[in-house]
Design a binder for this molecule. Structure first.
Ligand code: FES
Length: 82
């Protein structure tokens, strides 16, 4: 085994994982932003009513909150420390 190449591979920066959609409903966050742009204020409840997002497993809810707060459609992966 070539340990030198393994060490170099470990030093190569890896892209940071992002979340860009509700997996359960297969809805990209950009689609939600585009829809929300034509509205007044949009809440998580509005998104759930319209798209279903956040109402199934709920894992996208903190990301949707960030999407609404930042206007960004790609949110860095949130890892809960326990
Ligand atoms: S990922 Fe959005 S409800 Fe499950």
């Amino acid at each position: 085994m070539d340990h030198n190449s393994d060490s170099l591979a470990d030093l190569t920066p890896r892209p940071k994982p992002h979340v860009d959609r509700c997996i359960c409903h297969e809805v990209p966050f950009q689609d939600i932003l585009d829809w929300a742009a034509d509205r007044g204020e949009t809440t998580l409840a509005d998104i759930e009513d319209q798209w279903g997002c956040g109402g199934s497993c709920g894992m996208c809810r903190p990301y949707l909150k960030q999407v609404l707060e930042t206007g960004e459609s790609r949110i860095p992966l949130m890892i809960e420390a326990s």
